[in-house]
Design a protein around this ligand. Structure first.
Ligand code: ATP
Ligand code: MG
Length: 446
């Protein structure tokens, strides 16, 4: 048995005291029944938005969703969305309805909801209102459309990706008819706004069932990212790689932390491979330059999906560098740190580990041991004296160089670059006096 927290209970009681039916609904009921802490509490009510606002006049209210019947209440426990029972009006282009119609009863509201596990409400006495077998599907771990899957995906194609997202996040399977319909109707996703697609994609990738969902619903994923399609079944003709590229990719996704940057990186890390494939005279496959190529393709994909710039740039940087020759010496380690920065290097090491997650046992053990060595080398380089990762973090700046009598202009930058190189190589510590000393020597030599 689970109950809403007091800040939600107060809202329910206020609405009910005013004569309006009101229920927690959707994700919070699903999560509560699973014994999880709901991320937020959504309520539905017979009260129309203006009635909800009148009943809750003592609260701070947001009206941004009012067209769809939603009033947001700012409570001491956080914002709570209260939506009037509604049915959805006509759908245009397989997107959200333009208009909604308010209805007096909960039953009609339940029928518009996407999946049985999301179509449950919590009644005043703790009873579960469950018209579509949601509890049974929850217990069996199944995502199933409310109603006819073809109709529901036809109304709103985003539900196709939502089905995959819930399958990944809850680690559920998708009921066969729902699954077949999702794959069959995947072309309808072309009409959905790219930012909404991307939000669902990130949800799919960061769930515990990500790799499995990517494998089982590859045609849906390839509809959204056609650049990945060539990976499916791609024989790498290389004894180091025991899987086709797509299977390898999905396993690499599971092998990194469930956060957007590492998961997007592993999803796209080998996107350049098919284009770079060639076989040597022995018939062994190679993919030289696929990091560089992959970063270029990934950049296009992430721009198209309206990914934020910081995520896109970091993901592309990691992809570009995922197949570099790792540092074998302290000098190379310092250079890599200088070039990428500590944070990206830490993420890159995680990518290297994930990239060999599906290797055959002995190869994997050998690779992991090597990565441990590189990591140690990088950690030592990082712990060294005053790490310096760009010209900007040098212990001297342009003014110091000008003070040595250099003419303002490009020469200043050239001296700083030379000092940076020297620090990166460990030839001089990143400290003011030694750097000025070296700058004087450089200038004498010019
Ligand atoms: P999360 O924990 O990710 O927020 P959620 O189930 O609360 O999961 P929301 O996107 O917040 O998902 O939606 C709240 C509820 O609204 C859902 O549980 C579902 O009943 C309904 N819903 C949301 N989007 C759709 C949709 N596209 N089609 C039909 N019903 C939807
Ligand atoms: Mg929610």
């Amino acid at each position: 048995m689970f109950a809403p927290p007091p800040y939600v209970q107060k809202l329910l009681e206020a609405l009910r005291a005013a004569g309006f039916a009101a229920y927690p609904v959707g994700g919070c009921v699903r999560d509560g029944l699973m014994g999880r802490e709901p991320s937020d509490w959504d309520l539905c009510t017979a009260a129309r938005p203006e009635q909800t606002m009148a009943v809750l006049a003592g609260y701070r209210l947001l009206e941004t969703g009012i067209k769809h019947g939603t009033v947001t209440v700012l409570t001491e426990g956080g914002p709570v969305e209260i939506t009037t029972f509604r049915t959805d009006g006509a759908y245009r282009d397989h997107r959200r309805p333009e208009h909604v119609a308010f209805v007096p009863d909960l039953e009609a509201d339940m029928a518009r909801r996407d999946f049985t596990v999301n179509a449950m409400a919590l009644g005043p006495d703790g009873e579960i209102v469950d018209l579509y077998g949601g509890q049974e599907d929850l217990a069996a771990g199944v995502v199933r459309c409310v109603g006819e899957p073809d109709v529901r995906f036809g109304e709103d194609a985003l539900r196709i990706l939502r089905a995959l997202r819930f399958a990944s996040r809850l680690d559920f399977s998708i009921e066969p008819a729902t699954a077949a319909s999702a794959v069959k109707n995947r072309a309808l996703l072309d009409d959905i706004a790219r930012e909404r697609v991307f939000a669902e994609l990130k949800g799919i990738l960061t769930g515990p069932g990500a790799g499995r969902v990517l494998r089982e619903y590859a045609p849906v994923i390839f509809r959204v990212i056609p650049e990945l399609a060539a990976q499916a079944g791609f024989d790498q003709k290389n004894p180091n790689h025991i899987h086709d590229i797509w299977t390898h990719t999905t396993m690499a996704v599971d092998a990194v932390a469930p956060e957007s940057v590492p998961r997007l990186t592993m999803l796209l890390h080998d996107v350049g491979k098919p284009a770079c494939f060639f076989t040597d005279e022995k018939g062994v496959g190679h993919f030289y330059g696929h990091g560089e190529k992959g970063a270029e393709i990934a950049d296009g994909i992430l721009r198209r999906l309206r990914c934020d710039n910081a995520t896109r740039e970091r993901v592309c940087l990691l992809i570009q560098n995922h197949d570099i020759k790792p540092p074998q010496t302290p000098k190379a380690a310092r250079r890599l740190l200088a070039r990428l920065g500590q944070d990206a290097v830490r993420q890159l090491i995680a990518c290297w580990r994930a990239d060999c997650a599906d290797r055959a046992g002995t190869v994997r053990a050998r690779n992991l041991a090597l990565i441990d060595d590189w990591e140690k080398l990088l950690a030592e380089a990082q712990a060294g004296p005053a790490p310096c990762f760009s010209v900007k973090s040098l212990a001297v700046n342009g003014r110091d160089i000008l003070a040595l009598g250099v003419e303002p202009g490009p020469a200043v930058g050239r001296v700083l670059e030379a000092l940076f190189e020297a620090v990166s190589d460990g030839a001089v510590p990143n400290e003011k006096e030694p750097l000025l000393e070296m700058a004087r020597a450089l200038l004498r030599g010019l």
